[in-house]
Design a protein around this ligand. Structure first.
Ligand SMILES: C[S@@+](CC[C@H](N)C(=O)[O-])C[C@H]1O[C@@H](n2cnc3c(N)ncnc32)[C@H](O)[C@@H]1O
Length: 342
């Protein structure tokens, strides 16, 4: 028997930090199932006052297993336990860009970065092609992307991503942020902002970015695309190609007002999702998956699960409380993942 200890990244958010070890263990289980790895015995443990995830396996970890473990949203460092001593095992962190891409923006209503990354990992693991998460070919859509936490995380992981949001202030804030950030980091890029029209009909605005992580990547044509459509997610007809997306991940409205959204944004998330899901499912490839972060206080789990099934999706099994955690008195946060096709 081999035991590895994973040190978890300190979370900037005190509330999330309290649940981080339990959430990391649940994320690890989802990744091992999705990637077809031998499931280790996982428990949270504390050594000399520091929290670790303990992973016990029958055999030594293979380099592929270490690669998958490196993907965990909270992975910080990994050690093999040798008696009382810890031998470091190098993680293969997937991040392509400096971490301030995801941490620098601070605003009310921002989705926790670690949680967003976890949601993307767990949803990708549930697709028919989880390897795409690791080889950079997974196509991601966040159909209610706000100021772009998912966009920035997908970008750091080397993925192409599309975001949609109706709130034009979020669009403008993201556009200003990402352009400045790419300039400050001297990344080779293009960023084009224009009005969004189909068949002469005004649909909002769009931002199209192409960026390379290094000069060598740029020379070799290894570029990534970020598209942000500032439009209504319940009407995506003609804007996103059918069956072009592998994962849809989004943090749904919490039924808590952040700032001054109009009536259109303040409705029940279930009502909004009921109208949006036909559009989203159309963009999804067969074998692709939808991962929703939601507030159980305004969207009971059973009702949300039933809604996903009504829209032709298959729920991914698992402990229904594995990812549930309290954010504050008004937000009891959870996630649900469902697949297109069996
Ligand atoms: C919880 S927030 C997402 C926050 C985002 N993950 C972030 O970190 O910035 C939910 C988002 O749903 C968007 N939204 C609500 N109704 C929408 C609609 N009909 N079309 C597009 N976006 C919508 C809101 O504008 C809001 O930005």
């Amino acid at each position: 028997m081999t035991e590895h200890l994973m040190l978890l990244a300190p979370s900037g958010n005190r509330v999330y930090a309290a649940d981080a070890p339990r959430l990391a263990a649940a994320e690890l289980r989802a990744l091992t199932v999705g990637f077809g790895l031998a499931e280790p015995d996982v428990l949270t443990t504390c050594i000399a006052g520091v929290d670790y995830l303990s992973l016990r396996t029958g055999d030594e970890l293979t380099s592929w297993e270490v690669r998958v473990l490196s993907q965990l949203s909270a992975a910080y460092a990994l050690y093999r336990r040798e008696g009382d001593l810890l031998a470091p095992v190098a993680l293969q962190h997937p991040d392509r860009y400096p971490s301030d891409l995801v941490t620098i923006q601070k605003y009310q209503g921002k989705t926790n970065e670690q949680w967003t990354r976890l949601l993307l990992n767990v949803t990708a693991a549930a697709t028919a092609t989880p390897d795409r998460l690791l080889d950079g070919t997974l196509r991601v859509l966040d159909p209610m992307c706000g100021r772009g936490t998912t966009l920035n995380i997908a970008l750091s992981l080397g993925l192409d991503v599309t975001g949609v949001d109706l709130d034009s202030k979020d669009f403008q804030a993201y556009s200003a942020f990402i352009k400045t950030w790419m300039r400050q980091h001297r990344l080779k890029h293009s960023a084009d902002e224009s009005s969004l029209r189909t068949d002469g009909r005004g649909r909002g605005r769009q931002l199209r970015i192409e960026v390379a992580a290094s000069k060598d990547d740029h020379k070799a044509g290894r570029t990534q695309r970020v598209i942000y459509l500032s439009t209504d997610t319940t009407d995506l007809d003609g804007l996103i190609r059918p069956r072009s997306v592998d994962v849809i991940v989004t943090d749904t409205p919490y039924g808590v007002q952040h700032g001054s959204h109009g009536d259109r944004l303040a409705r029940s998330p279930l009502d909004l999702l009921d109208r949006a899901l036909p559009e989203w499912v159309r963009t999804l490839r067969t074998g692709g998956a939808v991962g929703l972060s939601y507030n159980r206080h305004v969207a009971p789990r059973d009702e949300l699960a039933a809604l996903l099934v009504t829209h032709g999706l298959t729920l991914v099994d698992g402990d229904p409380d594995a990812f549930r955690h309290r954010v504050d008195a008004s937000i009891d946060r959870d996630l649900l993942v469902a697949r297109k096709g069996r």
